[in-house]
Write a protein that binds this ligand. Structure first.
Ligand code: PEP
Ligand code: MN
Length: 350
């Protein structure tokens, strides 16, 4: 439930509403706005009797949020949430962000070379897994803490903020010490204790859609993070399982405008895992931006043939640079711009 206060509501009237909500056994989330304050009521799993609140002075309107993903929904908050992972790297505004880098951090030399290559190609953030959720326990599992240290070195060398995955609560605390944004991968999308843990960490979170998750499942998982008080969540379409094995996954482009209609959170897309095929990454990356994505996440490796994971879907650096060029033109056509690589001047198109 959302309580919208009148324009002229006083602090005392707002405090009174908060107190009544708490007396009713719920949690109050005041949200001061430019015009007026709204107060969110959380902690209910069903319709709340609003009669006691409607009668309080200063209350203009009581809105019953009908969606189960309350705080994530546009009913709760109509304007886009802007998620800032580093100065100048914000998701959800008119600027498009490009997260790029290898699937896994493999060595200091590999991650620094990757970071320099994606930076030269126009990336605005660096990705690379230090903790890898592999389908086989015998596959490369990542370098763990050493990998995080290598990412931090690559950030120092290039100025690019880091996006990297956490697999469990303990790992999330460690990742939060190094990363600018914590990735929750497809396999962890419904790991509720992990979602709660990153909700408490107050670091931006990149939440990827599970491979068998509906859009509502994705939004409900995001709700877990917001319910802990962290609204810095970026959602990501990365393909779902289908009956057709021609591509690694079915890259669900429709999810982009669907999520943007239902939620105020930024929505990006990952055409690398979405297709699993190097030569399909560029067309689908272009398509994601044309469909309105707030950014893309793309795997790039300086030497994909030697990659320890996902080499077959990783772009060569020159292919990546070409993709960013094309995305600039598409962004221009739809009234958006690709953000400048941190520390550089914006590139003009057209
Ligand atoms: C990744 O980003 O490398 C990854 C493992 O992605 P997903 O969770 O989407 O499979
Ligand atoms: Mn990967």
């Amino acid at each position: 439930m959302l309580i919208v206060m009148a324009n002229h509501a006083t602090h005392e009237q707002i405090d009174r509403v908060v107190k009544v909500i708490e007396e009713m056994g719920y949690t109050a989330r005041p949200m001061p706005g430019e015009q007026r304050t709204a107060i969110g009521l959380v902690g209910n799993d069903g319709r709340v009797d609003s009669s006691r609140i409607e009668g309080l002075s200063g209350v203009a309107e009581v809105i019953h949020v009908t969606k189960p993903y309350k705080q994530v929904s546009r009913e709760w908050k109509n304007e886009n949430t802007i998620v800032t992972i580093a100065p100048g790297v914000s998701f959800g505004g008119t600027e498009i962000q490009i997260i790029a880098g290898p699937c896994s951090v493999e060595s200091e030399q590999q991650i620094v070379a990757s970071a320099l290559a994606v930076r030269a190609g126009g990336a605005t953030a660096l990705r690379g897994g230090a903790f890898k959720p592999r389908s086989s326990p015998y596959s490369f599992q990542g370098l763990g803490k050493k990998g995080l240290e290598m990412l931090a070195l690559a950030r120092r060398e290039t100025g690019l903020p880091i996006v990297t995955e956490a697999l469990d609560e303990e790992g999330a605390n460690l990742v939060a010490e190094y990363a600018d944004c914590i990735q929750i991968g497809a396999r962890s999308m419904q790991n509720y204790p992990l979602l709660r843990a990153v909700g408490r960490l107050k670091k931006p979170v990149l939440l990827k859609r599970g491979m068998a998750a509906t859009i509502v499942d994705l939004l409900m998982s995001a709700e877990y993070i917001l319910a802990e008080g962290n609204d810095q969540v970026i959602l990501c379409e990365r393909g779902i399982r289908s009956f057709d094995t021609m591509a690694r996954n079915l890259f669900d482009l429709t999810a982009i405008p669907l999520v943007q209609k239902l939620s105020h959170l930024p929505m990006i897309a990952d055409p690398s895992h979405g297709t699993g095929l190097r030569d399909k990454v560029t067309p689908m990356g272009r398509a994601a931006i044309a469909a309105g994505a707030d950014g893309i996440l793309v795997e790039v490796h300086p030497n994909p043939d030697r990659a320890l994971s996902d080499g077959g879907q990783s772009l060569f650096p020159d292919q990546f640079a070409q993709l960013v060029q094309e995305i600039r033109a598409i962004a221009n056509a739809i009234g958006r711009t690709v953000a400048a690589t941190p520390g550089t001047a914006p590139i003009q198109v057209g």
